[in-house]
Design a binder for this molecule. Structure first.
Ligand SMILES: [Zn+2]
Length: 115
């Protein structure tokens, strides 16, 4: 992990990211409103940004979910010997259905890792 990434993660864990809530209540900046800059409905905290913003849910949360699901798909496909595992996770594009020579020999038609 890059040092910059580790530092950023530590800042998130310690909740010292410059959210509007942090600016208003910790830094005591009087001109700052605490509501989320995306949805404007909830206090802009780390928890809200990471998992509770209704504006981010249909876009960024889905993208995050899909990126993680691709990593899991790749690992499962490698474990089942359906792919060779030489592709880095960020270049991996999962196939809907994967097959290998074992799936044809044993009578198992396909191995759909999404099911
Ligand atoms: Zn929001």
């Amino acid at each position: 992990m890059f040092a910059e990434t580790e530092g950023f993660l530590t800042a998130i864990q310690d909740q010292v990211i410059l959210t509007r809530n942090y600016k208003k209540y910790v830094l005591k900046q009087p001109d700052i409103g605490e509501l989320c800059s995306r949805c404007g409905k909830e206090s802009e905290t780390i928890q809200h940004i990471i998992a509770a913003c209704e504006q981010l849910a249909p876009t960024e949360y889905v993208k995050r979910h899909d990126r993680l699901a691709k990593v899991i798909h790749q690992k499962l496909a490698e474990a089942a010997e359906l792919i060779d595992g030489k592709s880095p996770y960020y270049n991996y594009t999962p196939a809907n259905v994967l097959e290998n020579e074992m799936s044809n020999c044993t009578g198992i038609a396909t191995y759909d890792v999404w099911q």
